[in-house]
Write a protein of this length. Structure first.
Length: 129
């Protein structure tokens, strides 16, 4: 679907690549959190589940058998992105991790939410929802 790409340093990055790279960043962050303590480990599990689900649902959406299936997968990806944003904000607000360590993930998460929300809204409008 058009509008799913972002130009970075002259390179076009499809949404699938962006969500995969984002998930990789989340995995690396969770590896750090898991070594810190019980609270951090609990948040890590939630963040890992939500943060990796975004890309998984985008991938599934690309193989959807209908527009309704595509919309369902992208809607789930958008919800998971919002949940991921929540956990990242919580990590920041609780000072479990320094803001500088979270900045790039928070920025990318915001951008993914905006992209996915736009796609979902356009498809719903097209379907008359």
């Amino acid at each position: 679907m058009k509008g799913e790409e972002r130009r970075v340093k002259g390179e076009i990055r499809p949404l699938q690549a962006r969500t995969f790279e984002f998930a990789l960043g989340v995995v690396k962050l969770c590896q750090i959190l898991d070594n810190q303590g019980r609270t951090e480990s609990t948040i890590s599990r939630q963040l890992l589940r939500a943060g990796t689900s975004i890309g998984a649902n985008v991938e599934e959406g690309q193989a959807s058998q209908s527009e309704a299936d595509f919309l369902a997968k992208y809607s789930i990806a958008c919800k998971e992105a919002r949940e991921t944003h929540y956990w990242l904000r919580l990590l920041s607000a609780s000072a479990i991790l320094e803001d500088v360590r979270l900045r790039d993930l928070l920025t990318e998460c915001n951008e993914l939410i905006a992209i996915l929300t736009s796609i979902v809204k356009k498809l719903r409008a097209k379907q008359g929802r």
